[in-house]
Design a protein around this ligand. Structure first.
Ligand code: BJW
Length: 295
C-alpha cells in the first residue's frame, strides 16, 4: 500500500522528471531501517554517553579507548547491516540522472554498498572504514579498512565463559551499547597504532565537531553548487539538518531556485520543514517512501 498521498506524489514526480540539477542531503534516518541508530532523539545514547559527545577530538584525546570502543562497535554493526530500499533508490536515481548528486552525512558505508555511483556520492563526514593517524604532524591515511575488530583488544566481548571449550561460533556477542555490560579499559599500547610514524594512535577517518570537512569533497561540492545553471530540487532525507555546514546546503540550494522535498519520520524534527510552504513533505520511513517517490 502507498504511504504517500497521491496529489503530493504526482506534483513531486512531475517536478522531479523535469529537474536537471538535483541534490539529496541524507542523514542517519536513511540507515535507520537497516538497524543503525540515529544521533539525536531515541537511540542517540551509547551506554551513558550522548553519541555526539563521543564524536569530538576532545573526547578522543581524553579517553581514546572509550572512543575507539564506540567506533569499533559501530564498524561492526555497520558491517553486519545491509543497505535498505532507500539506499538502492538513490543509487538508481544517480545512474538515471546525470545532474544528480547525494551529499551523505553517513559514515556507515551503506550507500557505497548499494552501488551508488562514486562520482555522484559525496561522503561529507568521512567513513568508519577510513582510518588515519591522530598525530598532527603525520599524514598517514588508509581507506577501505574493513578489519573487524581493527585490533584484538577491540573485539566485542562474548558470553563465552571458557574459550578453550566453546567455539567462537557458539559464543554470543554481548550488546556493549547497553551500559549494564561491563567494558574493559583498554590501555594505549593495545589501541590501533600508526604504522608510519610509530608515534600516534590511529583514529577513525570521520569528521568530528570542530573539524574541517574533507577538502577535496568540499571543493567538488562548491564547484557543483556554484555552476551558473539553477538547482531544481533538494531532497532532505532522514536528517535533522541541525549540523553545519551540511544543513546550510538547504538554503544554498534554495537560493539557487531549488524546491525542497523533506523525507523524515518526524516532520517536527527538521527546522527546514516549517519554512518552505508549497514544497513537499513526506512523513514516514525513508526506506518505504524513497522507492515510491523516486520510481
Ligand atoms: C528517519 C527515520 C526513518 C529516523 N526514515 N527519517 C553554524 C552555526 C552553528 C554551529 C556551527 C556552524 N557551523 C559550524 C558549526 C559547529 C558544528 C555544528 O554544526 N554544530 C551544530 C550542532 C550547531 N559543525 C562542525 O563542527 C563541523 N565542522 C566545521 O564547521 O568546521 C569548520 C570549522 C572548524 C574549526 C573551527 C571553525 C570552523 C563538523 C560537523 C561534523 C559532524 N560530525 C558528526 C559525527 C560524524 C562521525 C560519526 O558518525 O560518529 O556527524 S555529528 C553527527 O551529526 C554525525 C551526523 O552525520 C550529523 C548529522 O546528524 P543526522 O544524520 O541529521 O542525524 P540525527 O540523529 O540528528 O537525525 C536523524 C533524523 O532522521 C531525525 O530527524 C529523525 O526524525 C529521522 N529519522 N528514522 C526517515 N526511518
Amino acid at each position: 500500500p502507498s504511504v504517500v498521498p497521491q496529489a503530493n506524489l504526482e506534483s513531486f514526480q512531475t517536478h522531479l522528471n523535469s529537474s536537471k540539477r538535483i541534490l539529496a542531503l541524507v542523514g542517519a534516518g536513511l540507515s535507520a531501517s537497516s538497524g543503525l541508530p540515529t544521533f539525536r532523539g531515541a537511540g542517540g545514547l551509547w551506554r551513558t554517553h550522548d553519541a555526539t559527545s563521543l564524536a569530538t577530538p576532545e573526547a578522543f584525546s581524553v579517553n581514546p579507548g572509550l572512543v575507539w570502543q564506540f567506533y569499533s562497535y559501530r564498524r561492526h554493526m555497520a558491517l553486519k547491516a545491509k543497505p535498505n530500499p532507500a539506499h538502492y533508490a538513490l543509487a538508481e536515481l544517480a545512474r538515471k540522472k546525470d545532474g544528480f548528486i547525494t551529499l551523505s552525512q553517513n559514515v556507515d558505508g551503506l550507500s557505497p554498498r548499494a552501488k551508488h555511483p562514486e562520482d555522484s556520492l559525496k561522503l561529507i563526514h568521512g567513513s568508519l572504514f577510513d582510518v588515519k593517524c591522530s598525530d598532527f604532524f603525520c599524514n598517514y591515511h588508509e581507506s577501505n579498512n574493513y578489519t573487524d575488530p581493527i585490533v584484538p583488544a577491540l573485539a566485542i566481548p562474548t558470553d563465552d565463559v571458557d574459550p578453550t571449550t566453546t567455539s567462537a561460533l557458539q559464543a554470543r556477542e554481548l550488546d556493549i551499547a547497553d551500559e549494564s555490560i561491563a567494558l574493559p579499559e583498554i590501555d594505549h599500547a593495545h589501541l590501533p597504532q600508526c604504522p608510519e610514524c610509530r608515534r600516534g594512535l590511529l583514529r577513525p577517518g570521520v569528521v568530528w565537531f570542530g573539524e574541517m570537512l574533507p577538502k577535496k569533497v568540499m571543493e567538488e561540492i562548491t564547484q557543483w553548487m556554484s555552476a551558473t545553471d539553477p538547482i531544481d530540487l533538494i531532497m532532505v532525507i532522514g536528517t535533522s539538518a541541525k549540523v553545519y555546514p551540511a544543513a546550510g546546503y538547504v538554503d544554498l540550494a534554495r537560493a539557487k531556485g531549488a524546491k525542497v522535498a523533506i523525507v523524515n519520520m518526524d516532520k517536527n524534527d527538521v527546522p527546514a520543514s516549517g519554512l518552505y510552504n508549497g514544497d513537499w513533505l513526506f512523513e514516514g520511513d525513508a526506506a518505504q517512501i524513497l522507492p515510491e517517490i523516486l520510481k
